[in-house]
Design a protein around this ligand. Structure first.
Ligand code: OAD
Length: 255
C-alpha cells in the first residue's frame, strides 16, 4: 500500500539549501533491472561469494567477466525511469545537491544527473588488474565466451570498476558522500534495503548533523525506524509527485 508524503517533507525540501539523496537498486527496478535482495533478486539467483569478489574473479575470470558483461548489457538495454528523471529535476531546484548512488548501472548519469557520487563504482567501466589502465566500455566483452577480456596495453586481466565484497569503497567517493550527508538539510534514502555499510550509515550521519531524513521504498528498510518519515511506494511514482509539489511550493509558496 502506498503512503503519502508529508507537508513537512515538501516544506523542508523547498527550503533546503543542501539536499543529499542515497539511492539503491530499487530506483532502477521500474526500469526492469533486478534488485539484489527482493524476491527474484540477483543474490537469490547468484551467490555473491562466487561472483563478486577478487578471489572468484582470479579463479574464474571468464565466468565473472561474463556475468558483469551480461549485467552491463542488461543496463544498456534499459532506460532511466520517472524516478531517475525526478532526481534530475530536483537537482535544478536545490543550490547544493548530491546524488549518492550504490547503483553501478549508470542510469542516473544517463538520465542527466550531474553531481553523482558512485559509491560502488560503475559497471560501464573496466580496468586492468596489472597496469591499472581503464579500458573502453566494450572491452569487457571478450572475442569469445572461452577467452578472457584483456588489457590492450599489457594483456593483463580486465575487471569491472565495481566494489566487490571485501574491498574498500573508493575513498574520494566515500568522503564526498559523508560530506554531503553532514551538510544536508534534507537526506532522502530511496530504494535501498540499507543493509550494506558504509552506505546504510549515511542517513544516520545526516540525521546526527541535523538533517530531516526520509525514506522512499516499497517496503520499510532495515533503518526505517530511525527515519523522520517513511514514504511507502514506488520511487518512480512518488518522486515525480514530490518534486512537482516542491517546485510549486518554491514558485508560489503553495502546495
Ligand atoms: P537491495 O536489493 O538490497 O534492496 C532493494 C530495495 O529496493 C529494497 O528495500 C526494496 O524494497 C526496494 N524497492 C524495490 N522496488 C522498488 C521501487 N520500485 N521503488 C522503491 N523501492 C523499491 O539493493 P541495495 O539496497 O541497492 O553492493 O543493495 C545494496 C548493495 O548490496 C548493492 O549496491 C550491492 C549489493 O551487494 C555491491 O555490489 C557492492
Amino acid at each position: 500500500m502506498a503512503s503519502a508524503f508529508s507537508h513537512t517533507l515538501v516544506d523542508r525540501l523547498a527550503q533546503a539549501e543542501s539536499v543529499a539523496v542515497l539511492t539503491g537498486a530499487g530506483i532502477s527496478a521500474e526500469s526492469g533491472i533486478p534488485t539484489f535482495r527482493d524476491p527474484g533478486g540477483l543474490w537469490q539467483k547468484f551467490r555473491p561469494e562466487e561472483l563478486a569478489n577478487v578471489e572468484a574473479f582470479l579463479a574464474n575470470p571468464v565466468l565473472v567477466q561474463g556475468w558483469y558483461q551480461h549485467r552491463q548489457q542488461v543496463a544498456l538495454e534499459k532506460a532511466p525511469n520517472a524516478g531517475h528523471d525526478a532526481l534530475v529535476a530536483m537537482e535544478t531546484l536545490v543550490a547544493h545537491f548530491t546524488l549518492i548512488t550504490q547503483n553501478v548501472d549508470n542510469l542516473h548519469q544517463r538520465a542527466g544527473s550531474q553531481n553523482v557520487v558512485e559509491l560502488h563504482g560503475n559497471i560501464m567501466r573496466s580496468y586492468c588488474v596489472e597496469c591499472g589502465r581503464f579500458a573502453s566500455e566494450a572491452a569487457l566483452r571478450p572475442a569469445s565466451q572461452e577467452i578472457t577480456a584483456q588489457c590492450a596495453n599489457c594483456a593483463g586481466l580486465l575487471r569491472p570498476d565495481v566494489v566487490w565484497f571485501g574491498e574498500w569503497l573508493p575513498p574520494d567517493a566515500l568522503e564526498a558522500a559523508e560530506k554531503a550527508a553532514q551538510q544536508a538539510d534534507v537526506f532522502l534514502s530511496i530504494g535501498t534495503s540499507a543493509v550494506v555499510y558504509p552506505a546504510a550509515g549515511l542517513p544516520q550521519v545526516a540525521k546526527k548533523a541535523g538533517a530531516y531524513v526520509a525514506e522512499i521504498n516499497i517496503a520499510p528498510s532495515a533503518i526505517a525506524a530511525s527515519m523522520h518519515e517513511v514514504v511507502q511506494g514506488k520511487s518512480g511514482e512518488i518522486l515525480p509527485i514530490l518534486i512537482e509539489a516542491v517546485r510549486r511550493k518554491k514558485i508560489n509558496g503553495a502546495l
